[in-house]
Write a protein that binds this ligand. Structure first.
Ligand code: ADE
Length: 255
């Protein structure tokens, strides 16, 4: 028998998932482990939307519940990230191609960054889902669409001119990176990494172990340096939560 398609959506900020739950009809809320899972439908498709909470353990636990209790057949993670690669600016968007835990170090028992028992350091995104995410993000970031979505004054207040889509490596760790020194350490050790956040690679590990395709879309909120915390809440409210809803609408054709 074919499994019903259920899409799990996790957001790194409560503000981000709120807009997504508003897209759904017939919403019911169930609580597991202090997390509220919002189930509902849009255009006949079932979604379960949840705030991941912060950090690798929290996010891994949340996605495990999505899989066990709600039977999700694919997962989207949307949220903010700090830029590690110098090419990325605030307002740019990263679609994750590979995921690594930058604070995982089981040496001398195994290689640095290797995930115990999986013999892998990087987990790779599903190719088909990745292509769809790239298309959806590109559409949202097109000049005209972007200006319809976000006011000029909000874009200007974060110096966002022409936000770009990047596709590549995302590193996750239980650390909010807000110093040049730590940022440089990550860049030196993992030169291919585009951005850092605190959940994606742990969700990727759980999804890999259960055979569930995962898409991670991250909006750059800061440059992982001393000014990282400045205007963080304002950025979430006026930019990244608006992006997240638009990505979901575009990705799942909910318009
Ligand atoms: N999420 C958003 N910005 C971040 C940063 N600088 N470090 C870790 N996670 C983040």
């Amino acid at each position: 028998m074919r499994k019903t398609n259920v899409i799990g959506i996790m957001g790194a900020m409560p503000e981000e998932i709120e807009g997504i739950t508003h897209l759904l009809d017939d919403v019911s809320v169930e609580t597991f482990g202090q997390r509220e899972y919002h189930s509902g439908f849009c255009k006949g498709q079932k979604f379960v939307v949840v705030f991941s909470r912060w950090g690798k353990v929290a996010a891994a636990t949340t996605v495990t519940t999505l899989i066990h209790e709600f039977g999700v057949t694919e997962v989207l993670f949307t949220g903010v990230a700090g830029a590690i690669h110098p090419a990325l600016k605030v307002g740019d968007v990263v679609v994750g191609k590979r995921f690594i835990q930058h604070d995982l170090d089981g040496r001398p028992l195994m290689k640095k960054f290797e995930i115990p028992l999986l013999n892998q350091t990087y987990l790779v995104a599903n190719e088909t889902k990745l292509e769809k995410a790239k298309d959806a993000v590109s559409t949202v970031l097109e000049d005209e669409a972007l200006h319809e979505l976000i006011s000029d004054s909000d874009l200007q207040s974060f110096d966002i001119l022409q936000p770009k889509l990047f596709v590549g490596d995302i590193a996750s760790g239980d650390q909010f990176i807000s110093s040049d020194e730590v940022r440089q350490n990550v860049l030196d050790e993992l030169p291919g990494v585009l951005c850092v956040e605190m959940e994606g690679a742990s969700v990727a590990q759980v999804c890999f172990e259960y055979g569930i395709p995962l898409t991670v879309i991250r909006t750059i909120s800061d440059e992982a340096n001393a000014s990282s915390v400045v205007d963080f809440p304002a950025f979430i409210q006026s930019i990244s939560s608006v992006y997240s809803v638009a990505f979901v609408r575009e990705l799942y054709q909910l318009k």
